[in-house]
Write a protein that binds this ligand. Structure first.
Ligand code: FAD
Length: 427
């Protein structure tokens, strides 16, 4: 059913990512589940396939493949491992702020390294006391000559423990125009990461704490102007965060259906496969129906983004539908598995745990519903997709790519990940 939006090139990309995920990611899942901590080597290996650069223009060495291609990459990785889907989306999200708000020098310095997979960027907005209330943040940056000095703490930052370049939004003044974004390398004095705390799921991914203690960054590391921080945070979340997390949920949802139908065919009750029971077949039908609706919502929203059309509401709805329906289907799948689903030799309990992690980032379902309520009432404050559409089309090279194949590097079991390198140019 993805033929409605996807071209032959998208199908090729899907095949490439699926092949890689089966070959390189699936065998590592038991180790990731056992360790319950970030998987550095696999994160680097995935980054070096070039997929962080899905929406980075070819001018900077990116794929310039657009948002539907990005969705397919995340979906296929998440079908095998929600953690690795979350990993790749977090750094694709981290790249967006440089694409949209970076200076020519910042783009030259960072985008080629990100596209090549040598640099994993993040975006760090959330704080312990602010959460979804972005303007409640308290971390600060104070100008000191040609530098800024950053102090404060960020939490739940995707790729916190594997990131090389953190895009940090902090306070430089009061009110909504008092937020400013900076690029901070992970080896800068005054910066440190917190200890990785165990989580319920997404094992292999990290979303932890960043600390800034008199961390000095040059003014040339400021993204945009002072006061642009709220726009950096919102546009990244609305245009990339919602789409990306939608894709993680979609991949997990697909895995739930595949695993559950396989289980129903193998398990016998009353001398027949389990799916011969009408109640089981109805639950499978519910999962199938939700998945079809979720995929349609996901692909439609990013297709509009690729076409340069207004789509903020579609992106919100896609996130809402995908997160909620994946969680509902995970519950149905657990019911179908009954006791067997509770043992960790089957992946279904992992899918349930991982599906819950996609609820909070880029806005909880209540936040999406509040914003959709504003759409219904005609009280929205403008569309990020409208405002940034010219930038998206110019900087991401979407048009180019619809006419030429998005080439991902072929997966190779023998490709040895290079050691993490410092990305960009220290100034
Ligand atoms: C897997 C994962 C990855 C993440 N990645 C990143 C990242 O890369 N960078 C980053 O900065 N952050 C990241 N986050 C943090 C994420 O953005 C926050 O979790 C999110 O903003 C919600 O904040 P909170 O969890 O503190 O919940 P809160 O904002 O404290 O919300 C608590 C409850 O209150 C409700 N609520 C909040 N505000 C309202 C409102 N106005 N009206 C009605 N109800 C409301 C919520 O729906 C929720 O039920 C990530 C989180 C997770 C789980």
């Amino acid at each position: 059913m993805d033929g409605y939006f996807a071209s032959r090139l998208h199908h090729q990309l899907r095949d490439q990512v699926r092949y890689f995920a089966e070959l390189e990611v699936r065998p590592r899942i038991p180790a990731m589940e056992a360790a319950r901590s970030v998987h550095h080597e696999l994160s680097r290996l995935i980054a070096r396939q070039g997929w962080l650069g899905a929406t980075i223009s070819r001018k900077y060495g990116g794929m310039g493949a657009g948002h539907l291609a990005k969705t397919i990459i995340i979906e296929e990785l998440s079908r095998v491992s929600g953690a690795m889907g979350a990993m790749v989306q977090a750094s694709q999200l981290g790249a967006a702020k440089i694409v949209h708000f970076g200076s020519a020098a910042q783009k030259d310095a960072w985008l080629p390294a990100i596209a090549a997979g040598d640099c994993l960027p993040t975006i760090a907005v959330t704080e312990p006391e602010s959460g979804g209330h972005v303007l409640g943040m308290a971390a600060t940056a104070v100008r000191d000559g040609d530098d800024y000095v950053l102090n404060g703490r960020k939490v739940y930052v995707g790729n916190s423990h594997v990131g090389d370049l953190h895009g940090v939004v902090v306070r430089t003044g009061p009110g909504s125009r008092g937020l400013t974004a900076f690029l901070v390398e992970s080896d800068r004095p005054g910066f440190r990461i917190g200890e990785q705390r165990p989580t319920m799921g997404l094992h292999g991914f990290s979303f932890g704490e960043l600390f800034f203690d008199d961390c000095r960054v040059p003014a040339t590391h400021r993204l945009g102007e002072e006061g642009d921080g709220l726009a950096v945070a919102y546009s990244s979340s609305v245009l990339y965060g919602r789409a990306n997390l939608t894709a993680v949920s979609l991949g997990i949802h697909q895995a739930i259906l595949e695993e559950t139908t396989r289980f129903c065919a193998e398990r016998e009750r009353y001398g027949k496969p389990l799916h011969a029971l009408p109640s089981i077949k109805i639950k499978l039908g519910q999962i199938q129906s939700r998945l079809m609706t979720a995929r349609l919502a996901a692909y439609h929203a990013v297709h509009l983004l690729d076409e340069g059309m207004d789509c903020d509401a579609e992106l919100m709805n896609a996130k809402l539908i995908n997160v909620e329906s994946a969680i509902d289907s995970a519950r149905n799948a657990m019911e179908i598995h009954a006791a067997a689903g509770l043992f960790t030799d089957r992946p279904i309990e992992r899918f349930l745990r991982d599906a819950h992690h996609i609820f909070a980032p880029a806005g909880t379902s209540d936040i999406q519903l509040l914003r959709l309520g504003e759409v219904a009432l005609g009280t929205t404050k403008g569309q990020w997709s409208h405002r940034l559409s010219p930038v998206v089309r110019r900087e991401e090279g979407v048009r180019d790519t619809l006419e030429a194949p998005p080439e991902a590097h072929p997966p190779s079991a023998t490709r040895v990940p290079r050691q993490p390198s410092r990305c960009g140019t220290r100034t």
